[in-house]
Write a protein that binds this ligand. Structure first.
Ligand code: NAD
Length: 260
């Protein structure tokens, strides 16, 4: 129970990586805030954590809205007494070649991935400072924080941007005990990836099996997908790491797709 007594807020926690991360942080003893655009699913995740003996609440939050982020974080702090861990995880994917990439889609991608990370950090860090205990901020990056792939101009740009944000937050937060790191998963079979397989097959003119084998998993050491549990365990390790020795870093969890 490494996180006993801590409060952890996870954005995009109604599905996929965020959901498994919230479950793992709750299993490690944290009271978790399931923050998501999809409040119905967020409530279901919170209820099932509570049924399993954990502590969880659901909060409606569109991470691209400053008012919604501030209200969700204030609500969580009022109900649970503070915030010790922020996992900025909410994200979507839109793939297209750059000459066809709609400007509106580019702006939407940067708003969810980058504005969301900025707004949640800004709202949460002041509580970490005020408590005198500091905290841990973890951004959900990607192998695409380090590597590029065709069709993903906005995603690769945003995920690279998170490295810069984490390094600044590590420098500003360090003297007050706030750490900031980026977790960089390879492909994980969540709804976000299931949607991409047929889209990429069509855009690249290859079969769906070839997208999986020759695009998504080609560079891994063993042809395996990373799992939600692999990512959640990495986040939990960072959430429970209690010194500034590990800050401003990115940890790649990708079956060796990218080695740094
Ligand atoms: P997912 O689609 O399973 O879950 C994403 C969640 O984010 C959903 O519950 C959705 O409602 C929520 N969300 C979307 N827009 C939101 C908004 N504006 N405000 C609040 N919540 C919002 O996706 P996932 O695969 O679990 O992805 C989670 C994160 O992991 C993303 O940042 C993604 O880029 C990253 N990631 C995923 C993979 C992968 O292979 N699945 C790999 C590397 C990184």
């Amino acid at each position: 129970m490494a996180l006993q007594g801590k409060v952890a807020l996870v954005t995009g926690a109604a599905s996929g990586i965020g959901e498994q991360t919230a479950r793992k942080l709750a299993a490690d003893g944290a009271a978790v805030v399931i923050a998501d655009l999809n409040i119905a699913n967020a409530q279901k995740v919170a209820d099932s954590i509570v049924e399993a003996g954990g502590k969880a609440i659901a909060v409606a939050m569109d991470v691209t809205s400053e008012d919604a982020v501030n209200a969700g974080i204030e609500d969580a702090v009022a109900k649970l007494g503070g915030i010790d861990v922020l996992v900025s995880n909410a994200g979507i994917q839109i793939v297209a070649p750059i000459e066809e990439y709609a400007y509106a889609d580019w702006k939407k991608m940067l708003a969810i991935h980058l504005d969301g990370a900025f707004l949640t950090t800004k709202a949460a860090i002041k509580h970490m400072y005020a408590s005198g205990k500091g905290g841990s901020i973890i951004y959900m990056g990607s192998v695409h924080s380090h590597e590029a792939s065709k069709l993903k101009s906005a995603y690769v740009t945003a995920k690279h941007g998170l490295l810069g944000l984490a390094r600044v937050v590590a420098k500003e937060g360090g003297p007050r005990g706030v750490r900031a790191n980026v977790v960089c998963p390879g492909f994980v079979r969540t709804p976000l990836v299931e949607k991409q397989i047929p889209e990429q097959a069509q855009a690249l003119g290859i079969s769906e099996a070839d997208v999986v084998k020759n695009v998504m998993l080609k560079e891994t050491v063993d042809g395996e997908f990373t799992t939600v549990a692999d990512v959640a365990n990495t986040v939990a390790f960072l959430a429970g790491f209690e010194s500034n020795a590990l800050t401003g870093q990115s940890i790649v969890v990708s079956h060796g797709w990218f080695m740094q």
